[in-house]
Design a protein around this ligand. Structure first.
Ligand SMILES: C[S@@+](CC[C@H](N)C(=O)[O-])C[C@H]1O[C@@H](n2cnc3c(N)ncnc32)[C@H](O)[C@@H]1O
Length: 282
């Protein structure tokens, strides 16, 4: 992969087809050194063993020695190539497993040491369901590593942060009920259309099943989602850290290992530290 391409070259490549114009600035430039090095540093700290990376596309996470990944995506590499023509000058990872990353139906419970999902959760229609699937496939002690775009610093800036109640509704009643609203919001607040043009555009995207950012987050909103998922939904995921870098933040979570349960004092101190970090970022 020509990772030394400049950010400008990358944006020009991105803007070179109609479909890719919509996506301009969504895809992380491989030349964004701060993002890549922060992802790599956190991977070194937290990842080991054999895991999955969902939606690696043109930017597989650089893994430390002792960690290997199988690559999961919703389609094979040749189809991804057609879906993302703006990435034609970049290598795309070879997809090992074609599966829906929201459900991971082909992956058995408790079988992987880590799941990496960078710039993925905002594309899911049921983020709580996706977190539940990721927790399900992790072995106890396994790690979920997610880079998430901070909507304040992306083309989602004009959209309201998705309220927690909306995410809970999409989980409890199924996401179909919010689809129309999601595509309308995208046409109006990302593409800047209004009236009939916005409605026509929204229906076109919906017909294409275009993978928009269905939900948008800030670190604070994402932390609220994680707290709800653990406390109200009972998902076995504990937050290790959230680190903001440029237009994204990286959340690292762990499936607790009952055999290594920490003391009540240790858990209390860790929770207080996490709450302080999150409130500093909000
Ligand atoms: C925005 S790209 C992320 C690229 C890269 N990981 C990064 O950090 O910039 C989103 C990726 O997720 C994949 N994806 C989206 N929805 C998916 C789903 N439901 N199941 C599996 N993969 C999905 C897309 O095909 C694409 O490869």
């Amino acid at each position: 992969m020509p990772v030394r391409a400049t950010a400008r070259e990358f944006l020009i490549a991105q803007a070179s087809s109609r479909r890719s114009v919509r996506r301009a600035a969504e895809l992380v430039s491989p030349s964004s050194r701060a993002v890549r090095s922060t992802r790599r540093r956190l991977a070194r700290t937290y990842l080991t063993g054999h895991g999955l990376e969902i939606g690696a596309l043109h930017l597989p996470l650089s893994l430390p020695r002792g960690a290997q990944a199988s690559y999961v995506d919703r389609m094979a590499r040749d189809d991804l190539r057609r879906e993302y023509p703006e990435l034609r000058s970049y290598d795309l990872v070879d997809v090992d497993v074609i599966d829906d990353g929201e459900t991971l139906a082909t992956v058995r419970d408790g079988t992987v040491d880590f799941v990496v999902a960078n710039h993925f959760i905002e594309h899911t229609e049921d983020p709580i369901g996706a977190l539940a699937s990721h927790a399900r496939v992790l072995r106890p002690g396994g790690v979920l590593f997610m880079a998430v775009p901070d909507k304040r610093h992306t083309f989602d800036a004009n959209r309201p942060v998705t309220p927690l109640e909306h995410l809970v509704r999409d989980h409890q009643h199924g996401p179909a009920g919010s689809r129309v609203q999601h595509y309308d919001e995208w046409a109006e607040l990302v593409e800047g259309l209004s009236g009939d043009a916005a409605a026509a555009r929204a229906r076109e995207l919906e017909r294409d099943d275009f993978s928009i950012h269905f939900h948008v987050f800030t670190p604070h909103a994402f932390a609220a989602l994680l707290t709800h998922s653990a406390e109200a939904e009972g998902l076995p995921l504990e937050l290790e850290t959230i680190v903001p870098v440029r237009h994204e933040f990286i959340a690292v979570l762990r499936r607790p290992d009952p055999a290594l349960a920490t003391t009540a004092i240790g858990r209390h101190a860790a929770a207080a530290l996490t709450a302080r970090r999150v409130s500093q970022m909000a």
